[in-house]
Design a protein around this ligand. Sequence first.
Ligand SMILES: C[S@@+](CC[C@H](N)C(=O)[O-])C[C@H]1O[C@@H](n2cnc3c(N)ncnc32)[C@H](O)[C@@H]1O
Length: 206
Amino acid sequence: MTRPTPETVELVPADYFRALRREEIFSNFERRLELDVGCGDGTFLMEMAARFPERNFLGIERLGGRVRKISRRAARLGLANARVLGLESSYALGWLLPEGCATRLHLLFPDPWPKKRHARHRFVHGENLATLHRVLASDGEFLFKTDHPDYFDEATAAVDESPLFSRLPWLDSGEFYAVTDFERQWMEEGKRIQGARWVKRPGSAT
Ligand SMILES: C[S@@+](CC[C@H](N)C(=O)[O-])C[C@H]1O[C@@H](n2cnc3c(N)ncnc32)[C@H](O)[C@@H]1O
């Protein structure tokens, strides 16, 4: 296996206007692929990749500085199963990534848009549920965590009511699930963190 470099960790599509093929994301594309949407500084992405070398992890992050930092760090750590895509997540999930490619999608501490008039910018809402459904494999899972009580209530109500997903209990306590950078900060501040998990239901989102 060739050692990753920052250039091979960052996923730069050859063409942004057609769906990627699975082998363009990871050459060993038969493995499970997990997406970390809005991956921030990549703490979760890289810890999970180190812990589960038999799975592949793709982070999606729109801030270029964070993408470059993750690329350098993952290369330094020799993580051949972690990549990062510097792009707007709605476009990546809705159009660029192949349909049914992901066995898990992690949305961890997304921007909460706490002001009422900005709440429409929150990622978990009706239209984006079809996008999440599209990118998940059959039996694929959507995992969500936030420190923001209103966002948690709104998101869980929307997904629970959707015919596209069924609620599952959170992971068994024995299953490793890395703490994210923001999560660590909120835990230090004593904030309450809530998480929810759903499985994709069969059928079409349209
Ligand atoms: C609050 S931070 C959480 C980061 C990380 N998940 C964590 O828990 O430490 C949200 C991240 O999502 C990224 N982000 C927000 N909206 C995005 C979008 N539409 N597409 C891609 N990334 C986005 C932000 O740039 C930021 O890095």
